[in-house]
Design a binder for this molecule. Structure first.
Ligand code: NOJ
Length: 560
């Protein structure tokens, strides 16, 4: 195929750039460490801007890089309009945006509006001002229950385990849906609303192209007395009236944010992290009058299974059609066990992918339960399938190196609050996907920077180092680069047509411009006939797609 044929066919300059973007998630503290203190930083990202360009992504999404005591990996923000001094300065941030923009890469940043850090100046002010003060109104303070108020106001539990209420010195309690260091804001307060508009403008003015909105479904709450018990909450419908989750009134906030996004040219984009009960509820976050796009996490819980993938793909494309948004494919992120590992474990009983990984990590990562080779092969197959689909794809740093989850982290080296607080769902799952990237096969911290990375890197990281994979045309990195390059040709229209294969374990579809994707989820090869000659990505063996593999077939005549 000639390079001329690979010139971009998409119009990336329009306001709709996000619709089919390949977005690469950077977990800044674990990407690249320029000052050698063991913590990744913004100059580290700048130093790897060429790497990002060569990878061929359209945008990066940065997990929080704001000042933080790291009670929850940066999702405890102490100042929404600054950079953690350990990660750099605002000038460094501007340099990073310029370096990425010069290379045609857009920048999405994380906004964490449900809660701040307990070190945020407003929370500190609230603590100092005492009960009944105006400063406490910006958060959710209540008197305790029991005769002397020494019991929490309700029996609600936090997502990371333990009570959702923490007592302060003067005896009042405050609500924290996550860690105690993450007090929930009171979104009925006009100053809270106004302040986030200021934050959105602050980063938009600095050239940020879009925002990822953390737990977008939890901001508004109905806390009228008497507060319900956990059991009562459980029984309440998730139809927009639930006191704590996915309330209809949260969309008033996003309508206001949309007006801010539309002040810019092109309008700033947003994607909601919204864990809601139905596709219809999720659609509200993706509406053009709101955030515009919402994460579809369906594949995180799916097995490597043709029927599950087909249903999920069909449902999400239908939903995107209905909302006018585009869908978002995600196999890995900073909260879940890496998919190369999930796919190498024996499946639980259907649609429990994330849980399966958590259980393995919790058991200390027994080597005899993980088939790394199969996991990686399937990870390649699933990623190539996703990159061929309409919609945007979110990739998580390290997956382009074929990294597996790191289970070898001693309890005293762990950082995840869910580990210390014993949350059931997240368990120990999250540090193992946040281990700093290996850039070189040897040397301190595998070229991440500094002597020692802030989370321990296992010896097997050496074989996945960027320098090793760059030199190997068969590596995961080479595969990602080629896929992302070809994707620019393939992504012309947001639709697909299924082609029946006669096999329940093989999926095949065509894009309107003639590209075809075939994924063999089964163990028997799938014969391609004459089409084998048109395969431009993925391996064909004896004219067939091998087990656990995906191939891309170019339109007739493109290969030559
Ligand atoms: C979702 C984020 O992805 C996760 O990392 C974080 O712990 C929670 N929200 C709380 O902010």
């Amino acid at each position: 195929m000639t390079d001329a044929l690979l010139t971009e066919t998409r119009d990336d300059t329009t306001a709709a750039w996000w619709r089919q973007a390949a977005v690469y998630q950077i977990y800044p503290r674990s990407f690249a460490d320029a000052n050698g203190d063991g913590l990744g930083d913004i100059p580290g990202i700048v130093s790897r801007a060429d790497y990002l360009q060569e990878l061929g992504i359209d945008a990066v999404w940065l997990s929080p890089f704001y000042p933080s005591a790291l009670a929850d990996g940066g999702y405890d923000v102490a100042d929404y309009r600054d950079v953690d001094p350990r990660l750099g300065t605002l000038d460094d941030f501007d340099d990073m945006v310029a370096a990425l923009h010069e290379r045609g890469i857009r920048v999405v940043v994380d906004i964490v509006p449900n809660h701040s850090s307990d070190l945020h100046e407003w929370f500190q002010e609230a603590l100092a001002a005492g009960r009944g003060s105006a400063a406490r109104e910006r958060y959710i303070f209540r008197e305790g229950s029991g005769p002397d108020g020494s019991e929490p106001p309700t029996d609600w539990t936090a997502a990371f385990g333990g009570s959702a209420w923490e007592r302060v010195e003067d005896g009042q309690w405050y609500l924290h849906s996550f860690a105690p260091e993450q007090p929930d804001f009171n979104w009925d307060h006009p100053e809270v609303r106004e302040d986030f508009l200021t934050t959105l403008r602050f980063w938009s003015d600095r050239g940020v192209d879009g925002f990822r909105i953390d737990v977008a479904h939890m901001l508004t709450k109905d806390l009228s007395e008497p507060l319900p018990s956990s059991a009562e909450l459980e029984g309440m419908p998730h139809d927009g009236t639930h006191p704590l989750h996915d309330r209809d009134d949260v969309h008033e906030i996003y309508a206001e944010w949309r007006r801010v996004f539309d002040e810019y040219d092109p309008p700033r984009t947003a994607v909601a992290e919204a864990w809601v009960s139905t596709p219809e509820r999720r659609a509200r976050y993706a509406s053009a009058e709101g955030l515009g796009q919402a994460f579809n996490f369906d594949l995180l819980v799916a097995d490597f299974d043709a029927a599950q993938f087909r249903t999920i793909i069909a449902d999400n494309l239908a939903q995107a059609d209905a909302t006018g948004s585009s869908t978002t494919w995600v196999l890995s992120n900073h909260d879940v066990t890496r998919h190369a590992t999930r796919y190498g474990l024996a499946p639980l009983n259907g649609r429990e992918g994330v849980k399966q990984g958590v259980e393995w990590v919790a058991a200390g990562g027994p080597a005899d339960q993980l088939d790394r080779e199969t996991g990686l092969r399937r990870a390649h197959a699933a990623t190539l399938l996703l990159l061929g689909l309409p919609g945007s794809t979110y990739l998580y740093q390290g997956e382009e190196l074929g990294l597996q989850e790191v289970a070898e982290i001693a309890p005293e080296q762990r950082q995840d609050p869910s580990f210390f607080r014993g949350a059931v769902f997240d368990g120990l799952g999250r540090d193992g996907c946040r281990v700093p990237l290996p850039w070189t096969a040897s040397g301190p911290s595998f070229g991440f920077g500094g002597i020692e990375a802030h989370l321990p890197q296992p010896a097997w990281f050496a074989e996945h180092a960027v320098e090793v994979e760059e030199a190997d045309p068969q590596s995961t990195l080479s595969l990602y680069r080629e896929a992302l390059r070809l994707r620019r040709l393939l992504q012309t229209d947001e639709s697909l047509e299924w082609i029946e294969t006669g096999r329940a374990d093989v999926l095949r579809f065509a894009r309107p411009n003639g590209w075809q994707i075939v994924t063999n989820f089964g163990s028997e090869p799938f014969d391609l006939g004459a089409d084998a000659a048109e395969v431009v990505l993925g391996a064909v063996v004896d004219g067939a797609v091998p087990a656990d593999s995906t191939v891309w077939i170019a339109p007739a005549g493109l290969v030559g």
